[in-house]
Design a protein around this ligand. Structure first.
Ligand SMILES: *[C@@H]1O[C@H](CO)[C@@H](O)[C@H](O)[C@H]1NC(C)=O
Length: 216
């Protein structure tokens, strides 16, 4: 019985090589935590995908080859929209997969064919013929990066609350008063600052009397 033996060997070889290919991908996975840092440098081609989307599954081998072929020139990334909902919200996407080019705070959406050749051409120079999205739409623009930080604040607040309550055993009432104290203190500081500003410059409220020009 030689054939089954070879069969098993062949199967395990194939299996092993597919495992290597899986581990060895040049596609860079981006998340909420590392998106901003990674966007700071380089040219990126990023795909936003969902594991259940069949067009994304079809694109996957192409995306891997693209990442390998563009290595050293353009960084090829992907964002799992299901796992990174708050990051995905910052892209106004119409559907999966969503492909865009990002560079120096500018974002350009890709609307062409999803073949290896077309994608590579877009990543290398085709993007120059595409108009960038306005800065407030681009999650990699300075405004977009600040917005991203703001969007994670509620989540951080919830984490902080859970930590203080469960780890530090601080009762909810004390926490509530503590959190209320923050806006109240900020409001009082604003009033003090405005007070100081206007009492230093009393003339700011006085409009000078209009000067009449002498007619000749
Ligand atoms: C970003 O973070 C995720 C999750 O921690 C990690 O799997 C991924 O490799 C990171 N990406 C980069 C480019 O560092």
């Amino acid at each position: 019985m030689k054939i089954p033996g070879y069969g098993v060997l062949l199967f395990s070889l194939l299996h092993a090589s597919s495992q290597v290919a899986l581990a060895d991908t040049d596609v860079i996975e981006l998340t909420e935590e590392n998106f901003s840092d990674k966007m700071a440098e380089g040219d990126w081609l990023v795909e936003i995908y969902a594991p259940w989307c069949s067009h994304c599954q079809q694109l996957e081998p192409t995306w891997r080859r693209l990442a390998t072929e563009l290595k050293g020139k353009v960084l090829v990334g992907k964002i799992n929209g299901d796992q990174q909902p708050s990051l995905m919200q910052r892209f106004a996407i119409q559907g999966y997969p969503h492909i865009c080019h990002m560079r120096e705070g500018q974002m350009r959406d890709y609307a062409g064919d999803r073949s290896l050749e077309d994608l590579r051409h877009f990543a290398e120079k085709g993007w120059r013929q595409t108009r960038p999205q306005p800065f407030y739409r681009a999650p990699n623009s300075p405004a977009g990066l600040v917005l991203g930080k703001l969007l994670t604040l509620p989540h951080k607040g919830v984490q902080l609350h859970q930590y203080l309550r469960n780890v530090k055993k601080i009762p909810d009432l004390v926490l509530l008063l503590g959190f209320l104290a923050i806006p109240v203190t900020m409001g009082m500081c604003c009033i003090c600052l405005l007070d100081a500003w206007y009492s230093r410059r009393p003339s700011a409220w006085v409009t000078p009397a209009p000067q009449h020009a002498h007619a000749h």
